[in-house]
Design a protein around this ligand. Structure first.
Ligand SMILES: [Zn+2]
Length: 320
């Protein structure tokens, strides 16, 4: 029986004649690397890559290359475009996700930049998990975390649950209870359904506590120690209370455009303080700038978010 195996030269000719002219299959413009050791096909795209590079970052690839079958012609699978290592184009091993992984492994071929959408990093994380590739997982998590302020809070909660990342859930929860940044009128019914009842309940409890605390802070001026030259502590207190209500109360509780604590304090700093002695004004402002009462609210919000995230995601995940 005649030996029908192609010579290397014939194989090159066949690759050149088949791959570029095929209406469906094409070589990836960046990741068909001439000196690669194996050809992969994902969907309609061929990649020529180095088995050593893939195995160095992925236990799954190590397993794969230990079991790549040999064809009857003596040519290992993955040696030609005709006999590539075929991977079905299905989530999460899609052409797009594989391209993201290769962009990370071959940084000289293509680049990620700030315009790379979040969905691509999510894809990288998913394929990184599938392939047991820690550097892909870490890179994707780091980029998503870096872009967290551009991701909707409800989406962040979804991702946190999908990947069991406590820090992301904590961030999403903290965003959703943030009085100054999040209005529940911005959330649709679908958002609430996605969050689920346990989440929504805790979110509302925490938010109500924060709003109550804000009202208390806005209405109750902090006390201070009067200066020795303060001739009427009672009058001084009355002036302080009046200015506090007129400035802090109004700024913090403004229904249309509430100010932040810092913004309200800035407004207070430039106010008239009636007949208060200068030293008493300074004493009062020092207490205000310390922000002790207000920061109790911030600490409460942070603790509530952390506690909830620990309850929802039992196993730790990501190191900041
Ligand atoms: Zn005084």
């Amino acid at each position: 029986m005649a030996d029908t195996a192609d010579t290397p030269a014939q194989q090159v000719d066949e690759i050149a004649s088949i791959a570029p002219t095929s209406p469906r299959v094409h070589r990836h413009p960046s990741f068909y690397i001439p000196d690669g050791t194996h050809v992969f096909r994902v969907g309609s795209t061929c990649y020529k890559l180095h088995a050593g590079v893939l195995c160095s970052v992925s236990a799954t690839f190590v397993g794969m290359f230990g079991t790549v079958p040999t064809s009857s012609g003596g040519t290992s699978e993955g040696q030609t475009d005709e006999a590539p290592i075929c991977i079905p184009d299905s989530e999460p091993f899609t052409e797009l996700n594989f391209e993201m992984l290769l962009t990370l492994l071959y940084p000289g071929c293509m680049k990620m930049d700030d315009r790379t959408p979040i969905s691509r990093y999510l894809g990288l994380l998913r394929i990184g998990l599938l392939l047991q590739c820690k550097i892909a997982q870490d890179a994707a998590k780091a980029m998503i975390w870096k872009k967290r302020y551009y991701i909707g809070a409800v989406d962040m909660v979804d991702y946190a649950r999908e990947f069991s990342i406590r820090a992301w859930l904590e961030f999403g929860f903290a965003s959703l209870i943030d009085i100054s940044n999040t209005s529940y009128q911005q959330l649709s019914e679908d958002h609430f359904l996605r969050l689920g009842m346990p989440f929504v309940a805790r979110m509302c409890y925490a938010r109500e506590s924060l709003e109550r605390h804000l009202r208390i802070v806005a209405c109750e001026p902090p006390s201070f120690t009067h200066a020795p030259d303060c001739t009427s502590n009672m009058q001084c207190d009355e002036d302080w209370r009046a200015v506090w209500w007129n400035i802090m109360g109004r700024c913090l509780l403004d229904g249309r455009a509430p100010k932040t604590w810092e913004g309200a304090v800035e407004r207070l700093t430039g106010s008239e303080f009636g007949n208060m002695p200068y030293a008493c004004v300074q004493a009062g402002m020092n207490v205000v700038r310390g922000g002790k009462a207000f920061h109790v609210g911030e600490a409460f919000a942070a603790n509530a978010a952390e506690e909830f995230a620990r309850e929802m995601i039992v196993y730790e995940d990501m190191e900041d």
